[in-house]
Design a protein around this ligand. Structure first.
Ligand code: AP5
Ligand code: MG
Length: 210
């Protein structure tokens, strides 16, 4: 099954991708995590992406489509995958269609902006493996340390309140039109993302099975 997770920053895409990936046994492809790893390593595309990411804007379609193409061609994606954070623009969705990638379902996680702001203020991430935590909603076993790989946890630079406002604006302008794009293909389902993590995951699985 090939699934796209859509939703505003902080809606819970990465968190749900982790749960669904474990339940369905298919990998998650997160362009945000891949770009953050590239920035950390200082690779050529990491250097190009950094300024856009720090300001809450999108990285250019060319860079992101290139990263996605390479990743999706890997063997572990053959039995299905979850896309978290891609596509983000209509040209990215068109590129996916042009690659001949068949998408089975697109789930939009709907969460209001006040809740999003609370979630992003308390978020902590592992820059090595991409695992996501929250200081109260999903605390790591040892404060400040990743449960999965033992790395120190970080606060994402783009989680500063002013940048969150810019990211929400970018989402409404560039990414929200994808709802109409996939509605027209009969693939869009909306799931309320306001419940707790497990409750939301149950609704996502139900939607995928339906
Ligand atoms: P990206 O990393 O994709 O960020 P985003 O879309 O802004 O989304 P977030 O990761 O902030 O939120 P999320 O929905 O994953 O929420 P999470 O699960 O962490 O992209 C970052 C940047 O990279 C972009 O701004 C752009 O510059 C660039 N980029 C990436 N992809 C691109 C593309 N395709 N094209 C161009 N540029 C691209 O949850 C948030 C918090 O809430 C966590 O602390 C979590 O523990 C908590 N939480 C989650 N669910 C619940 C729940 N149900 N109950 C309680 N707490 C919860
Ligand atoms: Mg994420």
């Amino acid at each position: 099954m090939n699934v796209i997770l859509l939703g505003a920053p902080g809606a819970g895409k990465g968190t749900q991708a982790e749960v669904i990936s474990a339940r369905l046994g298919i990998p998650t492809i997160s362009t945000g995590n891949m770009l953050r790893a590239a920035v950390k390593e200082g690779t050529e595309y990491g250097l190009k992406a950094k300024a856009a990411m720090d300001s809450g804007a999108l990285v250019s379609d060319d860079i992101v489509i290139g990263i996605l193409k390479d990743r999706i061609a890997q063997d572990d994606c053959k039995k299905g995958f979850i896309l978290d954070g891609f596509p983000r623009t209509v040209p990215q969705a068109e590129a996916l269609d042009a690659m001949g990638v068949k998408i089975d379902k697109v789930i939009e996680l709907a969460v209001d902006e006040e809740l999003i702001k609370k979630r992003l203020t308390g978020r902590r991430v592992c820059l090595k493996c991409g695992a996501t935590y929250h200081v109260t909603n999903k605390a790591p076993k040892v404060e400040g340390v990743c449960d999965v790989c033992g790395e120190p946890l970080a606060i994402r630079k783009d989680d500063e309140p002013a940048t969150v406002i810019d990211r929400l604006k970018t989402y409404h302008e560039k990414t929200a039109p994808l709802k109409d794009y996939y509605e027209a293909q009969g693939k869009l389902a909306t799931v309320e993302g306001t419940n707790d993590i497990e409750g939301t995951a149950d609704m996502m699985i139900k939607s995928l099975e339906g």
